[in-house]
Design a protein around this ligand. Structure first.
Ligand code: GLP
Length: 246
């Protein structure tokens, strides 16, 4: 794993944005894997700004998001489709048909998962997958205990994940209990992975990721087995790592 430490959230966002822009400017047909949550938000704002300044175009890019809540349609402000439109898609020239997310309102959810996995296969591999990480080490919505062999599937959300995400909903009852997510094996099939982590709240999570063992109890630990992973961490998130790289 290549670890880049930066001062703060803003620097993390700019650094990550530059990495994506470089990819897209090298290959206009780049396939990007995208994530939601607070960690990539600043990066999306950075990409929108650079697009407006004429530094990058997404007109031939394809994007695949990691996950979506079951039961929330794209008009629901808490759906990940809404999040993506609000933070990125509405502000750049990515063609609507090139932006893919699993559909959490599909009548046949299992069929939707298979179709999503097929769609990724059809465009080839994801060139660069952006990841955030949950407090319990989840990536996408792959909760602890998820098989490292998993592909896109339906998940029951952990109580702790629902609690962590409840801040966006009016009440705990409104937080969905299920989601669709790319599996661990789907994520590991990407050619390159970029994990963003910031803030003191994630310091223990990062220390565990970098210094713990590889186990399905901590899904992100599998990233140690991927040949091309970059972690961009801010100082606050890096604070509890014992063997710091200089
Ligand atoms: C959510 C998402 C993940 C995200 C994680 C961390 O539940 N499904 O893809 O990485 O939680 O979110 P945040 O960046 O807001 O801490």
């Amino acid at each position: 794993m290549n670890i880049i430490t930066v001062k703060d959230y803003q620097e993390m966002s700019a650094r990550a944005g530059e990495l994506l822009i470089e990819k897209v400017n090298t290959d206009r047909k780049t396939v990007l894997g995208l994530a939601t949550g607070s960690n990539p938000e600043g990066m999306y704002a950075y990409l929108a700004k650079k697009y407006n300044e004429g530094n990058v175009s997404f007109s031939d890019v394809q994007t695949f998001n990691l996950d979506e809540y079951v039961g929330l349609d794209e008009e629901n402000p808490n759906s990940y489709k809404y999040y993506m439109k609000h933070h990125l898609f509405n502000h750049i020239d990515l063609p609507v048909q090139n932006a893919h997310l699993p559909n959490g309102t599909a009548a046949d959810l299992a069929g939707e998962c298979n179709a999503y996995e097929k769609k990724i296969e059809e465009v080839g591999k994801i060139d660069l997958q952006v990841l955030g990480i949950g407090l319990n080490g989840h990536i996408g919505f792959n909760e602890p205990g998820t098989s490292f062999q998993s592909r896109t599937h339906i998940v029951e959300l952990d109580a702790s994940t629902r609690q962590a995400n409840a801040r966006f909903f009016e009440s705990m009852d409104e937080v969905p209990t299920q989601a669709l997510t790319m599996g661990i094996a789907s994520i590991m099939s990407s050619k390159e992975i970029l994990l963003l982590i910031s803030g003191e709240g994630k310091a223990e999570t990062l220390a565990k990721l970098l210094e713990g063992s590889i186990s399905e109890d901590f899904p992100a630990s599998i990233l140690h087995e991927h040949p091309n992973v970059t972690v961009i961490a801010d100082e606050a998130a890096y604070a509890k790592v014992k063997n710091k790289q200089s």
